[in-house]
Design a binder for this molecule. Structure first.
Ligand code: ADP
Ligand code: MG
Length: 253
């Protein structure tokens, strides 16, 4: 059974894209078939795999707005078993254009229907908002993964995110589950990071992943080389920890 995981948090810069790109690459290296969907007009997951956005003729926009079959938009990456649905800045218009379309919340779900069974995991990198693109991600997903940055105000906005998830469960996708909460950018030199982990633990209890992603400079360098960290520096802490995380995600199979 394919698992469709939406990576969502309306805060920017919490590690959604870093997690989407590196989890996808690590799952593929563990011989899973993975489709990564870039659903952020910034297209950071797309460039994170070395694609030049200027060369992309059709992106997720065409699939969800213009009914182009998803199959025609999918690109193979340099990784065996890992495909990508790219995003370009064109997607920025989708948030407004979706409003007046039929089935505006379910368009990604529909366009995925034909292709998702070719994969073990579909990972959706959501944009930093709770608008219609994120709602489309949550409607298409079987579960939602929430990255939370280890910083002051970490839980700010989480109530609003949880309310949105509940609304989607009630009205659009009753089967949607909370996959888990991933703490990111942990800094072992500060007490603050541990305090934040403890606080988030109180809120989410058993839904927290064991794996905690530390701050690691290789993770922030890898995207400018168009590579996931396991390619850019396979011996780095960042590479090891995202491999651990992928193994933890797989434990659920
Ligand atoms: P989001 O997709 O939630 O906006 P990103 O994944 O793009 O967040 O991360 C924001 C910035 O932080 C990026 O520059 C990224 O390279 C960097 N970053 C993310 N995770 C880490 C980490 N664990 N260690 C160091 N830098 C990180
Ligand atoms: Mg992002």
């Amino acid at each position: 059974m394919v698992k469709v995981i939406a990576i969502a948090n309306q805060k920017g810069g919490v590690g959604k894209t870093t997690t989407a790109v590196n989890l996808a690459a690590c799952l593929a290296s563990l011989e899973r078939k993975v489709l990564l969907i870039d659903s952020d007009p910034q297209g950071n997951a797309t460039s994170g795999f070395g694609f030049d956005k200027r060369d992309i003729k059709q992106c997720i926009y065409d699939a969800i707005i213009s009914d182009v079959p998803m199959q025609d938009v999918i690109k193979h990456t340099a990784y065996k078993g890992l495909d990508l649905v790219p995003a370009t800045i064109q997607l920025a218009g989708a948030e407004i254009e979706l409003v007046s379309l039929m089935n505006r919340e379910g368009r990604l779900k529909n366009s995925l229907e034909r292709v998702k069974h070719n994969y073990d995991y579909v990972i959706i990198d959501c944009p930093p908002s709770l608008g219609l693109l994120t709602i489309n991600g949550l409607t298409a997903a079987s579960s939602v993964m929430i990255p939370i940055q280890c910083e002051f105000y970490a839980l700010e906005g989480v109530t609003m995110l949880m309310n949105t998830i509940q609304l989607v469960q009630r009205n659009l996708n009753p089967a949607l589950k909370l996959e888990g909460v991933l703490m990111t950018m942990y800094d072992s030199r500060t007490n603050l990071s541990q305090d934040v982990v403890n606080e988030v633990q109180k809120y989410f209890k058993t839904k927290m992943y064991q794996t905690i992603i530390p701050r690691n400079v290789r993770l922030s360098e890898a995207p400018s080389h168009g590579q996931p960290v396991i390619d850019y520096d396979s011996k780095s802490k960042g590479a090891q920890v995202y491999m651990d995380f992928a193994r933890e995600v797989i434990e659920d199979e």
